[in-house]
Design a protein around this ligand. Sequence first.
Ligand code: M6R
Length: 609
Amino acid sequence: MCGIVGATAERRVAEILLEGLRRLEYRGYDSAGIAVLNDQGLQELRRVGKVQALAAAQEETGINGHVGIAHTRWATHGKVTKENAHPHVSSDTVAVVHNGIIENHEALRVRLQGLGYSFQSETDTEVICHLVHHELEKGHSLLDAVKATVKQLEGAYGTVIMDQREPGHLVIARSGSPLVIGLGIGENFVASDQLALLPVTREFMYLEEGDVASVTRTQIKVFDSNDKMVERQVHTSDLQYDAGGKGEYRHFMLKEIHEQPIAMRNTLEGRIDGDRIAIDAFGPQAEDIFKNIKHVQIIACGTSYHAGMVARYWLEQYAGVSCNVEIASEFRYRSSYVFPNSLFVTISQSGETADTLAALRLAKTLGYHASLTVCNVASSSMVRESDLAFLTKAGAEIGVASTKAFTTQLAGLLMLVAALGRANGVDASIEARISHALASLPNKLEEALNITAEIEALAEEFADKENSLFLGRGDQYPIAMEGALKLKEVSYIHAEAYAAGELKHGPLALIDAQMPVIVVAPNNELLEKLKSNVEEVRARGGIMYVFADKKAQFKSDDTMRVINLVHVDEIIAPILYTLPLQLLSYYVAIIKGTDVDQPRNLAKSVTVE
Ligand code: M6R
């Protein structure tokens, strides 16, 4: 979603702020802005478009200072305009950046207008700076003014505020939107994600829900939701990837697709020992908790939801536990039944997705036996708030389209299947099979990437297409769904996925020569059924692209292009078959000329409802 950076230092901070924004740009990117305090008071710059436009304006104007805040915006309230970009300013003295949504902004706006404040933007955020200004006018310090302000806010916020009367001072507050303080020597920083601050520090302090903090060059004071001064632990970041760079690749998405073998190696390292998986990869209490589990409830959004759908097939087939999977935004607003001895599992790359996090918080009130998150960010809210956590070690994922996070989630979920199977007395041969299949994965993924050139050529055939259909059966059905999501998200071609057996119940009417049909073929007892579905499409003049194991014996002809994939144990086939679909989406997007890493209207981490 939107990105926040702030800095207070002896040196001038504009370049630190701009570099931080560049690193956060993948989260929200319709406009950007910066505000600094210097001898001339408060100066701000805002631009519609990429951070580069803002950087050029900063260079031109030379605006700089020893304290400042900056923001990349992904519009929620109000159009994409310079006026709606952050920072917002009240009375030329108070500047605010904000992530999240202030739900009672309309009532506050009316009240503030009554007090004589005039609004320059359509945003919900602008109420924050006027409220803080109003509190300052009562004689409060900046810290107390912010504390008084947040008491009046309903909704979600991660916000950073500065005031001309207290130069060198940033006050920050968190409720529902993450904020981290980066500790320097004689200088301190704040951001919505540690990635923004990696060029200046490796030492981080994460704010908890309800915290308000005062940050100067030399001092940090944190107050919890009861206004009690508290110590928050300092963590040293071990981020291994140069998250800021694309290396030899043209886009982050391509880099991240190609990082999958190493991401998988890192995720599995030390977690498989011969025929067994290491249950403590889920946390020290995992073994005891898993013994009691008879049902799994999985909650996630988007790509992570697709990982959950694959896990359902696996859990019921191999672990002997029942499983339900639901989209977080649906789950959180309905009354659901809690099965006895249920494990509540969230899956999330970021660990901050608002709907999934809200579902986790709700689940804690509903009587689940325990909660587990499968997550890529160790410091995230979901990891901190769950009883158990499996950390995927995919490294920072910058491209909006989730790639390596998905395949490593699947590996973690397959380990969960083995762990729950063992706890449930399932034959040890299943765990051994899973362990060996997983151990083979990094090399198999490397081999699978060898078809990159073939897929690049294939992508040409999609250049003039407006619609597409993805088909799969069994645990490859969610992979078809993921392929469709990836294609629509980065190439803007309309894509739908169906369980192949469902074709005759409606979607068959869509088939003609203009509708490419992408088929993900399983190599199991469902293969023959799928072949019949393929014939149904062929008989209606459809053009098919079939991703299949050589042994499946599909043959290319006028109506069908077959792309053979390396042979693997069918248990890990959903992971492997994801790669060609990611590559296809990427290369189609390149032909279409879209903004691959930052597709229109999307944001990386969806921290608002
Ligand atoms: O961070 P999360 O995994 O919780 O994010 C969930 C979705 O927003 C995310 O997977 C989204 O669907 C992907 N960007 C799609 O590629």
